[in-house]
Ligand binder design. Structure first.
Ligand SMILES: CC(C)(COP(=O)(O)OP(=O)(O)OC[C@H]1O[C@@H](n2cnc3c(N)ncnc32)[C@H](O)[C@@H]1OP(=O)(O)O)[C@@H](O)C(=O)NCCC(=O)NCCS
Length: 184
């Protein structure tokens, strides 16, 4: 296993890349200020572009680390970020990363999150050499689980009242794909 940090990755329709301060307004306008996007997330909608700028500034420092993964999802035909996909938890002792994602409402249902997540799966298995990629969602947010299923993750069970987000304490459905599933 060898971590490479947030490398630029490409799919048919998307570029996945690091965020820069120049993305602050797009991030704020496209998703970070929208309470519908953050409904089942752990952070509140941003109240100003300045809040977004500060967060990106923090990520830019974190990008120095080779185990920090935070990608902007950039449709090629738009040229600006519409969401993020990132590692929100990791355990090197079992070669695992836990993936989280969000995308602006205007771009829901276009298959972008599925396309980005599938690219990360090949990056983490083929390039980084991990053994397990997992993700989870509030059971009241089934669209997120559908993305996991479409990417080949298997449902492993629901932990009752095990998580917390902007809606309060929630039941959390866990999904994962392991290297042998991927190779098959
Ligand atoms: C959940 C979310 C990431 C889905 O992203 P997306 O780019 O719209 O997903 P895709 O277009 O790749 O869709 C994948 C599948 O999920 C389905 N889906 C997406 N949103 C759905 C919803 N709200 N309800 C039911 N199914 C949904 C799509 O129909 C598609 O399935 P299909 O091809 O069988 O029709 C997006 O709605 C989002 O960012 N929501 C807010 C943030 C969030 O909840 N993040 C996840 C936290 S765990």
């Amino acid at each position: 296993m060898q971590h490479f940090g947030t490398q630029t990755l490409e799919t048919e329709r998307l570029v996945l890349r690091k965020l820069t301060l120049d993305d602050s307004e797009a991030m704020y306008n496209n998703w970070a200020s929208d309470p519908e996007v953050t409904e089942y997330l752990t952070w509140p909608p941003h109240e100003s572009v300045e809040a977004t700028r500060q967060l990106i500034g923090h990520w830019m420092e974190e990008y120095e680390k080779d185990d920090f993964y935070q990608w902007a999802i950039v449709p090629k035909d738009l040229g600006e970020p519409v969401g993020t996909i990132s590692v929100v938890d990791a355990d090197d002792s079992v070669g695992m990363v836990h993936i989280g994602y969000c995308i602006g409402k205007e771009w829901w249902g276009k298959g972008y999150t599925t396309e980005a997540f599938e690219r990360l799966i090949s990056f983490f298995f083929e390039d980084v050499g991990l053994n397990r990629i997992e993700s989870k969602h509030d059971v009241r947010n089934p669209g997120s689980g559908r993305v996991m299923e479409k990417c080949g993750l298997l449902y492993e069970g629901t932990k009752r009242q095990a998580d917390h987000n902007n809606q309060g304490i929630c039941d959390s459905a866990l999904y994962a794909i392991i290297r042998s599933d991927y190779k098959a």
